[in-house]
Design a protein around this ligand. Structure first.
Ligand code: FMN
Length: 336
């Protein structure tokens, strides 16, 4: 069985990639990910705030943001924690590269034009095989238009592309008014991969203490339907590789993403929930399923359920919406 796939020009032994998570903080976990069969690892992100470690500029940055959204301040780690993070991150890349033979992808997370994206060059020098850029931007400013926000993504991508020669992936949010147009713009600007989608962590409200609670809720498999749809729509329309992240918990989820057109399928919540051993289970089930259906390679499955290949591509856009809503029947227990 040929499970090989090409992601951003890198040949991977299979489509399973460990997405950015705390599992990559520890060398032992990184080695266990490789031993379990993962084909590449995206490291946890280095945040813009950790790079802009001159206290003054950081202070300015934080207060500017918090003028409008005071809750931001309570979510940021202490300013002291930012110091030396960048150097430690580079050292971590070097150590991870010495410990494993699979590709290692560094991750940069930021939004401003303050020079953090130049740091991509240091990530390349430290030995990363590629970079994933995560522009985690919550578009909450009512005077900022959608096209201005799109420019933030494009500017950061162009800066990083000018700085490095290794491939650059963009991890995207699904919140664009024209996702397909944005994807094509990033493709034209040189993105080597689009990683769909960044999962925004929604703070909750604690009514008793009048506080916000920024706790993380791990994903559920049904959340994979959002990247599934967009990968199916974009497959064949962009030159960039497509990676699926969010809601991939089982071999079935991996198969669906590949059929939609994904070049790589990323695992995070399922590994945090069930442990690194989950990779072996997913791999075993993937092989069994493919053998049972006489597929010979991942390549053979890729994109067979994509928008372009479906007889009725409208199914991915509006038709199913109308049909599904009309088909729903209220059970007697739900009636009130
Ligand atoms: C605890 C935790 C930490 C994460 N850290 C990062 C990070 O540092 N950078 C990043 O781009 N994504 C990060 N993510 C997002 C994951 O890489 C992934 O895209 C997201 O969880 C959706 O995939 P899943 O459904 O498999 O969890 C993190 C997710 C979790 C749960």
């Amino acid at each position: 069985m040929d499970l090989k796939t090409t992601y951003m020009g890198m040949e991977l032994k299979n489509p399973l990639v460990a997405s950015a998570s705390p599992l990559s903080r520890d060398l032992d976990s990184v080695k266990r990910l490789e031993d379990a069969g993962i084909a590449a690892i995206v490291l946890f992100s280095l945040f813009e705030e950790e790079i802009l470690h001159e206290q003054e500029s950081l202070h300015h940055y934080l207060t500017r943001e918090t003028d409008h959204y005071p809750e931001h301040l309570t979510f940021y780690p202490d300013v002291e924690d930012f110091h030396q993070q960048a150097d430690r991150y580079l050292e971590h890349i070097r150590r991870v590269k010495e410990s494993v033979t699979i590709p290692v992808i560094g991750s940069l997370n930021g939004i401003s034009d303050k020079g953090w994206s130049d740091f991509a060059g240091s990530i390349q020098q430290a030995g990363a095989d590629a970079i994933e850029l995560n522009v985690y931007y919550v578009a909450a400013d009512p005077v900022r238009s959608g096209s201005e926000i799109e420019q933030i993504y494009l500017r950061n991508l162009r800066t990083v592309k000018k700085t490095v020669s290794i491939p650059v992936a963009m991890k995207l949010s699904p919140f664009f008014s024209s996702m397909a147009h944005m994807a094509v713009q990033l493709d034209k600007a040189g993105a080597d991969a689009l990683v769909l989608f960044n999962r925004f962590y929604q703070p909750d409200i604690l009514p008793d203490t009048l506080e916000l609670s920024p706790s993380i809720v791990l994903s559920e498999p049904h959340e994979g339907r959002l990247p599934l749809r967009w990968i199916a729509i974009l497959h064949g329309n962009v030159r960039a590789s497509l990676a699926a992240t969010t809601g991939i918990h089982t071999a079935g989820d991996v198969i669906k993403m590949i059929m939609a057109g994904a070049d790589a399928t990323m695992l995070c919540s399922t590994l945090l929930k069930y442990g690194i051993g989950r990779i072996e289970q997913i791999m075993k089930n993937l092989l069994e399923w493919m053998e049972g259906r006489e597929y010979e390679s991942v390549e053979q499955m890729r994109g067979i359920m994509s928008h372009k290949r479906l007889e009725n591509p409208y199914a991915f856009i509006r038709a199913n919406y109308v049909k599904t809503l009309k088909a729903y029947r209220v059970k007697s227990s739900e009636a009130w």
